[in-house]
Design a protein around this ligand. Structure first.
Ligand SMILES: *[C@@H]1O[C@H](CO)[C@@H](O)[C@H](O)[C@H]1NC(C)=O
Ligand SMILES: *[C@@H]1O[C@H](CO)[C@@H](O)[C@H](O)[C@H]1NC(C)=O
Length: 493
């Protein structure tokens, strides 16, 4: 564990980074690309296996990681890509992670070996759906793909609970105000990208390497035109938190015979969170989707529906409707496979609905923070064609993906009633196996930590969040569900 570093104030470089945007001359082509990989929640050998077992285990793929380099000389570190939180931090304390050995398989940053580290005396606790991390902020050189960001403020964990990997945060500031320049802000300030916008392509279970592209769009990774969806203004979101919220206008299924079942028109705010392993949807929608699988069994311990794994070989999809775009998530992407059991990738959430990885595997999404839009299309893979995102109102090009259209559903069948209450038909009596590790869940807009008065680093939160938001935060996201499962399963690894 990192001892508390007592240090001279680091406020100077932080202020410089924020107030002298032209200090570093623009370089490169304004596009920064880095692979995003599924991280299986199992032992260290798993990733080396090139066989059927590995492919099968990709369905464990419960988190998405980006490898970045930190310090001088650079040290390679894997972080969870999180569109649900703004802070970037490293070095979780493995002893208090859910699965300590899972945590320990990843390299930790050794700050003593870096010549570019500058520490601050600013400490804060970051809270997530699943756990928390108390970090001390430092400024460091951070390299992502081909781009080197200088004097980026990141946290180094002094203490952390239940979180096995550090986090690369790319959300807007949850309370609407930056605490300090986050990674995206610094990339723009230092001329590495032209606007605070990036694309994420998580890719499917059988092709686990996707990408994040800061400042660019890859038209070889989606089908049809990107649909532009306004990000819901902070004061209109369900909890008053500024997240990547858009309006979902319907849900449904495409059945194996190609006919569709579709809800009435809805207006459900949902936020897109790469750090959430599952999707979390309003209870009536959750029940209606589960009831579409007549042999789904409810597991009261975890709150999940368990499905026969045969569904992962079946044609058909779970469909999500937005203004101008339908994303069809193939059944094998929506199901979370854990050993012999397959879990329907959704849980009930009425306060802050989330579309997590079980949705994002099928969507290509451009997150445009500057213009407050998301642009989405059905994900596919038909090559690579990078297009830069510029600046200004039309920064994100209205690109058309180069991949082939999916077959059109054969027609509308029944309406999916998402208003009825549906108790579970069958109950699961087995025990889920172990070895699962989920993403962190969304950051909470809880009260901030120790402040340094008058400096560039300001405490987060405090105002307007209060106990209710903090309490609600504990219930949302992955926290409750994954903890339930992990407890149930015991720590075996
Ligand atoms: C740390 O910050 C000081 C003050 O801004 C700066 O002069 C120095 O170069 C920084 N050190 C490193 C190693 O970046
Ligand atoms: C972090 O989580 C742990 C374990 O749930 C808890 O005991 C601790 O109080 C939390 N710390 C903070 C500062 O919230």
């Amino acid at each position: 564990m990192l001892p508390v570093i007592l240090a001279a104030s680091l406020l100077a470089p932080a202020a410089a980074g924020a107030s002298e945007p032209n200090r570093i001359v623009a370089r490169g082509d304004g596009i920064i690309r880095s692979p995003v990989r599924q991280i299986a929640g199992s032992g260290p050998n798993l990733r080396a296996r090139q066989n059927e077992v590995e492919v099968q285990n990709q369905r464990f793929g419960t988190r998405y990681g980006v490898e970045i380099e930190i310090g001088t000389p650079p040290q390679k570190i894997t972080l969870i890509l999180d569109t649900g939180s703004p802070n970037t931090w490293i070095n979780p304390v493995c002893e208090t992670a859910n699965l300590p050995s899972d945590c320990a398989q990843f390299a930790q940053f050794n700050y003593e070996k870096s010549s570019t580290l500058n520490v601050t005396d600013y400490v804060d606790t970051l809270r997530y759906g699943i756990g928390n991390a108390t970090v001390q902020y430092v400024s460091e050189t951070v390299t992502i793909g081909s781009a080197t960001i200088e004097n980026q403020i990141i946290g180094i964990a002094l203490e952390s609970h239940k979180i096995p990997l550090g986090i690369l945060g790319v959300s807007p500031p949850i309370l609407g105000v930056n605490e300090y320049p986050y990674i995206l802000d610094t990339m723009v300030d230092q001329g590495l990208i032209k606007s605070r916008a990036f694309s994420v392509d998580l890719r499917g279970v059988d092709n686990p390497t996707g990408a994040i592209i800061f400042g660019g769009v890859d038209t070889g990774k989606f089908i049809g035109k990107l649909a532009k969806l306004p990000i819901i203004p902070q004061d209109e979101t369900p909890s008053g938190a500024d997240r990547y919220y858009v309006t979902m206008t319907g849900v449904g299924l495409t059945l194996p015979d190609g006919s569709i079942v579709q809800s009435e028109e809805l207006a459900v705010p949902v936020f897109l969170d790469t750090g959430a392993t599952l999707s979390h949807l309003p209870t009536r929608i959750f029940e209606a989707l589960a009831a579409s699988f007549p042999d789904a069994l409810y597991d009261a311990d975890s709150g999940f529906y368990i499905l026969p794994c045969d569904y992962t070989d079946m044609a058909g999809s779970i469909d999500f409707y937005f203004a101008g775009k339908t994303i069809r998530v193939p059944l094998n992407e929506f199901v979370w496979q854990n050993g012999a059991y397959c879990i329907l990738g959704v849980s009930p959430e009425d306060q802050e609905p989330i579309l997590g990885d079980t949705f994002l595997r099928a969507a290509y999404v451009v997150y445009d923070q500057d213009n407050r839009n998301l642009h989405i299309a059905q994900a596919a893979n038909c090559g690579t064609n990078l297009v830069a995102i510029g600046s200004g109102a039309n920064a994100v090009p209205s690109s058309t993906g180069q991949c082939t259209e999916l077959p059109t559903p054969t027609g509308k069948g029944n309406t999916l009633d998402v208003t009825a209450t549906r108790p579970p038909v069958g109950t699961f009596t087995g025990r889920l196996p172990t070895g699962m590790e989920g993403g962190p869940g969304p950051a909470q807009s809880g009260p901030g930590g120790t402040s340094v008065t008058g400096g560039a680093l300001q405490p987060t939160g405090g105002s307007g969040s209060g106990e209710n938001a903090a309490e609600r935060g504990i219930e949302v996201g992955l926290g409750a569900v994954v903890l339930g499962v992990v407890n149930l399963l015991a720590w075996v690894l």
